[in-house]
Design a protein around this ligand. Structure first.
Ligand code: SF4
Length: 450
């Protein structure tokens, strides 16, 4: 239903009373229509009106929370189809698949891989956030797999991949406190699965043969009063999985149909059929086009580097540049003889420059002042990357204690700052660096060869 202030006005035949904290009913209703205020804040609404409007003003796509504490993740809650329209809200997450038919050695190797790939990039922890534990028919082995993962020290959230409610009944208590996802709700078992999940509000992963069947199944589950769902768009072929995933999101956000207003889970390990590189390609595709929880066969650096990089790019606010933390960074085992470079805190610039510094293999200290998160010329033009900003950083960052070397290399694009810096830092030799990052290794080698 198209929702305007007037719709609410009609349903609220009361005089202005300001009980809601807004000056008029119209101001309140406009806020409700934009999703910024809850309809229940007006005490004069009838229950019937509140029910109608609460449904109409609910977000088009639900946010589903999985995991608990340190491993709690939110999926879904998106409002736009394209990042440039606004921003994406909840980044997709990666799961590593295990199953009860795996050898112990295989399980141990995967656990070790998950432990190995865990690093921070621009303040974000990059790691596999979930394990997807697949039941293939051996209940005892399945239960011991869950226990083995639990006692492995992995900090992950759980997906129980099992279509048998009797097995779920025994498996769920083992990880119930971790708020897992139960995956495998289908047209035959949904009544029992909802019954099992309801008491603890455990999210259910729903699967069906094709989009129409999925739509009908979601409606049936919703009729049971359960809306804590994650949808599987289908995994028979790559083409179908992609088509369905995009369709579900379009029907939800463009078609304003809340039946498909849930995050998705995709089993890329099955789609890729043991081809690691297809799996990486698919993961990048579904990171961009609407996969919320992506199940992979393994997590190693070959997968992690491209996938976490693209995810970080896609799931950041395009209006807000990514910034690295202000501070001093050492490269190539910088010591007390190493020269000092300075660049801005814009992540793209920092990683371009630091990549070239690493490539040079020359030990260097890098000083990063607060330059507003812009590129070199933009921050200089905005007055955020000036001689005094750089000089202040050099004086206060503690770099003078880290190195005796008094060579400070500034970006070639702000060569104009050289004079000002020579005045502000009389003990330092100010060197104008390159205008392109790719020439940095040559410059550093020449400088240190002298
Ligand atoms: Fe209008 Fe309700 Fe707000 Fe009173 S509390 S001003 S009736 S919207």
């Amino acid at each position: 239903m198209a929702l305007t202030g007037l719709n609410i006005f009609k349903l609220t035949p009361k005089k202005n009373c300001k009980d809601c904290g807004f000056p008029t009913c119209l101001a309140f209703s406009m806020k409700v229509a934009s999703g910024a205020a809850e309809i229940g804040k007006c005490p004069h609404m009838s229950d019937e009106s509140i029910e109608k409007l609460a449904e109409a003003t609910a977000p088009l796509m639900k946010t589903i929370t999985l995991g608990k504490g340190d491993t709690e993740y939110k999926l879904g809650g998106e409002t736009v189809l394209f990042r440039h329209e606004k921003t994406f809200v909840n980044r997709n997450r990666f799961a590593v698949a295990f199953s009860d038919d795996m050898e112990d050695a295989q399980i141990d190797t995967k656990i070790q891989h998950i432990k190995d790939v865990n690093y921070i990039r621009i303040g974000e922890e990059m790691k596999a956030e979930f394990v997807a534990l697949k039941y293939t028919g051996n209940k005892d082995k399945y239960l011991s797999l869950i226990n083995k993962i639990k006692s492995s020290g992995l900090k992950v959230a759980y997906v129980l991949v099992c279509e048998d409610p009797a097995v779920i009944k025994e498996a769920l208590p083992l990880v119930k406190d971790e708020n897992p996802l139960i995956y495998g709700v289908n047209k035959d078992n949904f009544n029992e699965m909802v019954e099992l999940a309801k008491a603890d509000k455990i999210a259910l992963g729903v699967k069906a043969d094709g989009l129409e069947a999925l739509y009908t199944l979601v409606e049936q589950i919703q009729k049971l009063g359960y809306k804590n769902l994650v949808l599987d768009p289908g995994a028979k072929s790559i083409k179908e999985a992609f088509e369905n995933t995009v369709q579900i999101r379009r029907i939800n956000l463009q078609g304003q149909d809340r039946t498909f207003g849930y995050p998705s889970i995709l089993f890329l390990d099955e789609l890729a059929k043991d081809d690691k590189f297809i799996e990486i390609a698919l993961s990048t595709l579904f990171t961009m086009k609407y996969g919320s929880l992506l199940v992979l066969n393994d997590m190693d650096y070959a997968r992690a580097l491209p996938l976490y990089g693209i995810r970080q790019n896609i799931f950041t606010d395009p209006q807000k540049p990514m910034r690295v933390e202000v501070g001093v960074y050492g490269f190539n085992e910088a010591d007390d003889n190493s020269p000092v470079m300075c660049t801005v805190d814009f992540a793209l610039t920092y990683f371009t420059v630091s990549g070239e510094v690493e490539r040079s293999k020359v030990p260097v200290w890098m000083v990063i002042p607060d330059a507003g998160g812009y590129s070199v010329l933009t921050s200089w033009a905005a007055g955020k990357f000036t001689g005094s900003v750089i000089a202040d950083m050099v004086k206060k960052s503690g770099i003078t204690e880290k190195t005796k070397n008094r060579t400070l290399i500034i970006p070639g694009k702000v060569a104009v700052l050289k004079g000002e810096l020579e005045e502000e830092l009389p003990d330092w030799n100010i060197v104008v660096g390159t205008t392109e990052a790719m020439y940095i290794p040559k410059l550093l080698k020449e400088l240190t060869a002298k």
